[in-house]
Ligand binder design. Structure first.
Ligand SMILES: C[S@@+](CC[C@H](N)C(=O)[O-])C[C@H]1O[C@@H](n2cnc3c(N)ncnc32)[C@H](O)[C@@H]1O
Length: 309
């Protein structure tokens, strides 16, 4: 495979990428978010060799386990990424390009203060209204009845979907790890399938240019004064967590934590003296973040704090 089975979308040159370039054969795109041990993803890929599958996980252990499974099965129609699936689906797929999206037993986050961490939010529903093909579908399987009911209501309210009725204890060809766990505890399983009927819209935020700044004479005195201050503007936030100085080589690294609409990233900005004179502030290549509004703003703001130009 041109890109291997593990992909790092932060390094993609354009967005959305041409997914047909990533897989050996063109095919309809299917996405699973939170694939866990990969049973469902692999069985779907075996059943549908003419389709291409992309799995997103936030757990490195799950990615490694599933990569081993893909290797053992010699499946070349699946790629995996270690990335928040809500962000990935919105930013890495163009409108009407995905045939189906699956979520098996997403974490319910029942507490109100954790609601932002849930998979199915209004933003996720809008994302599906944009990226799913017409008649494409989203399938949710969960042991949490209120979650399935709440999701159904959200799809209904959005207006672009035809939500099916909730199925109780559907018979499935493959059971996932969590499915086996909940069934063994005597719990019910709920399945919701919603079909997209009309096209919606979602606001995307990633651009692919590399933010950088030229600074004539930065004020390098007492850089620690910036550490731990929270910079916030509309829905973007960043904090300079630390500053590392290599004074002999005139190089400074700023460790940044940023957040855009709940999506967090950690990366370094490098301030270095240029041979031809002056300084440059840019993303350090050891950590390549998605170029979100907060990332771009952190470059501009730190430039301002250092006294640019
Ligand atoms: C309860 S487990 C279910 C795993 C598997 N689907 C199953 O049924 O056995 C939820 C999984 O979703 C992953 N996860 C949680 N939030 C995620 C997100 N925003 N994007 C991708 N994966 C996520 C977790 O790492 C975990 O593996």
């Amino acid at each position: 495979m041109k890109y291997g089975r593990f992909i790092n979308p932060r390094k993609f040159i354009d967005t959305p990428p041409d997914w047909n370039e990533i897989f050996p054969n063109p095919g309809k795109l299917m996405v699973e978010i939170g694939f866990g041990s990969g049973e469902f993803l692999c069985s779907k890929a075996i059943e549908n060799p003419e389709h291409n599958f992309v799995g997103f996980e936030t757990s490195l252990l799950s990615v490694v386990k599933t990569l081993n499974r893909l290797e053992a099965l010699s499946l070349d129609n699946v790629v995996l990424a270690l990335l928040d699936g809500r962000f990935a689906l919105r930013e890495l797929f163009s409108d009407e390009s995905v045939n189906a999206v699956f979520a098996n037993f997403p974490c319910p986050w029942p507490k109100k203060r954790h609601a932002k961490r849930r998979l199915i939010t209004e933003d996720f529903v809008s994302t599906l209204s944009a990226v799913l093909e017409k008649n494409g579908h989203f399938e949710l399987v969960t042991d949490v009845k209120w979650l399935a009911e709440e999701a159904r209501e959200m799809f209904q309210k959005n207006g672009c979907f035809e939500p099916g009725e909730l199925e109780i204890d559907p018979v499935r060809k493959v059971q996932t790890k969590y499915e086996r766990k909940w069934l063994s505890q005597g719990k019910h399983i709920y399945r919701l399938v919603v079909r997209k009927k009309s096209r919606g819209h979602v606001e995307r935020m990633v651009t692919w240019e590399m933010p950088h700044l030229h600074i004539k004479t930065p004020d390098l005195s007492n850089l620690e004064r910036f550490v731990d201050t929270v910079y916030q503007e509309s829905d973007k936030t960043f904090v300079i967590k630390d500053v590392y100085a290599d004074i002999k080589n005139e190089n400074y690294l700023f460790l940044i934590f940023s957040t855009d609409r709940g999506f967090q990233q950690e990366y370094y900005l490098r301030l270095a003296r240029k041979k031809e004179g002056g300084w440059i502030l840019k993303l350090d290549s050891t950590t390549v973040p998605f170029r979100t509004p907060a990332v771009k703003w952190s470059v501009a703001k730190i430039g301002e704090l250092l006294g640019q130009p």
